[in-house]
Each structure stands twice: as structure tokens, then as C-alpha cells.
Ligand binder design. Structure first.
Ligand SMILES: [Zn+2]
Length: 85
């Protein structure tokens, strides 16, 4: 393998082997959205268990968080499809 071939092989490996910056950012956003949704579900569960009359306020929060999670998921999947990273 020549030096030039080696450099090309390294570039190939880095472009296919590890996700790009945007990929990492989108995946982080998705992970945060999933975590947030899980938190609201837990808080609503605690409200139900403790007989909190305010438990329905979580419905809207959960709907919003579900929407954000969906958007983050499709943004990530679209990026991976288009970019191939
Ligand atoms: Zn990418």
C-alpha cells in the first residue's frame, strides 16, 4: 500500500466507521427527548399514586414531549439516510 492509498483508506474508515458531528448532535437531541418524556411519565405516575388532583397537567407536557421525540427521531434517521454516516 502506498502512502496515498493509506491516506484514502484512513479517510474511508473515518467517514464510514464513526458518526459525524451532526449525527452525534441529533442523537443527543433524541436521547434528551426520550429522557424528558420518561421523566414526565414518571412524574405523572407519582401524581396518580399520590392522588394529586393536578395529574392531568402532565397530559399536555407528555403530548409535547412525544412530539419533540418524534421530530428528533426522524431528524436523526433522515440524516443517517441522506448522509450515510
Ligand atoms: Zn452524518
Amino acid at each position: 500500500m502506498t502512502t496515498q492509498e493509506y491516506i484514502v483508506a484512513q479517510q474511508e474508515a473515518s467517514s464510514h466507521g464513526s458518526p459525524c458531528e451532526e449525527n452525534t448532535r441529533l442523537l443527543n437531541t433524541f436521547t434528551e427527548a426520550v429522557t424528558e418524556l420518561a421523566l414526565f411519565h414518571e412524574q405523572q405516575f407519582m401524581a396518580v399514586v399520590s392522588g394529586d388532583a393536578q395529574l392531568y397537567r402532565f397530559d399536555e407536557l407528555i403530548l409535547d414531549a412525544t412530539e419533540r421525540r418524534q421530530q428528533a427521531k426522524y431528524a436523526y434517521l433522515d440524516h443517517v439516510n441522506i448522509h450515510g454516516c
